[in-house]
Design a protein around this ligand. Sequence first.
Ligand code: AMP
Ligand code: MN
Ligand code: MN
Length: 325
Amino acid sequence: MQANEQEFRQVEQFLKDHDDFLVVSHVQPDGDAVSSTLVVGWLLSCLGKNYVMVNEGPIPQRMSYLLHSDRIMDLSVTPLSKPYKHIICIDCADFRRVGKTSDYFASDAEILNIDHHPTNDGFGSINLIVPGAAATVQVLYDFVKWLNLRLDHDIATAIYTGLLTDTGGFRYSSTSPSVMAIASDLLKYGVDGPGLSQLLLEEMTLPQIRLLTIALNGLQMSEDGKISWVTIDDEDMKQSGAIHEDLEGIVNYPRNIQGVEVGLLFKVIDENTVKVSMRSAGKVDVAAVAHSFGGGGHVRAAGVRMQGSLAEVVSQIVEQVKSRL
Ligand code: AMP
Ligand code: MN
Ligand code: MN
């Protein structure tokens, strides 16, 4: 499903009418968030606009091959110098997903909200939300084509990266014919598909393997075998030497156990905050589960940050999932 002509026209107008943009994606950005940020940056450069790219949280180290990824600032390290009036939010299901970056939104800020989460609440002044898109980069690819801009190898690599990571290597149900057609087009620009798959989906660091081992050692199952979960706390992170981006993919292990409908990962953020990642085999809409606790996502992949101790959050989420099985 594509955005309609009128939506694209509105977005084009917003970009052309203003200057000095703040481009922001969600906290702890993933492959789609980083790639989309860079595509928007490139688009603004093509239009001759000034902009700053920022996130709360670092760019995953293994994505440093993306051209200009070093220009995306980590707010936790480099504070911004002033508030911005024109904001472009990318891959954010709701306003809170931008995290502390919103401290730098002017009180009369106008927000362009570009996303693909079905749970997106349309928090922008202008919204370009395409729930049928596999990734935000897919929405941006269509927009770039609509604007008649010519891609190059670097920007094609960024778009491919977002598609590859958000579809789990072109495996999830979001991998539509149009996703494959876009991927096919991108390969014509010389994108190294197998190399990116190896780097982003196959390769693991030693700390990552250690963390996975620790997590799987504590794997738990519901009595009926339909829910499985792992937990990770600070001690586990320390012991393994892992960093935040090493959490990527761990939730797939409980989800992939035969007979399991919902796989969960609980990551302790601090004494009273737990990040929950949810993956569904298809029967349970985990976006609805996440949404009921203030989070969001997609039917088969969703997340939420919750207040409470690890034990409290585990019990609340597992009970809620059980009631939907
Ligand atoms: P994750 O488990 O972090 O890989 O996230 C899975 C999906 O849920 C992604 O599409 C995220 O954008 C979305 N998601 C994760 N956490 C949240 C949250 N706190 N609020 C809204 N959406 C989220
Ligand atoms: Mn994302
Ligand atoms: Mn995404």
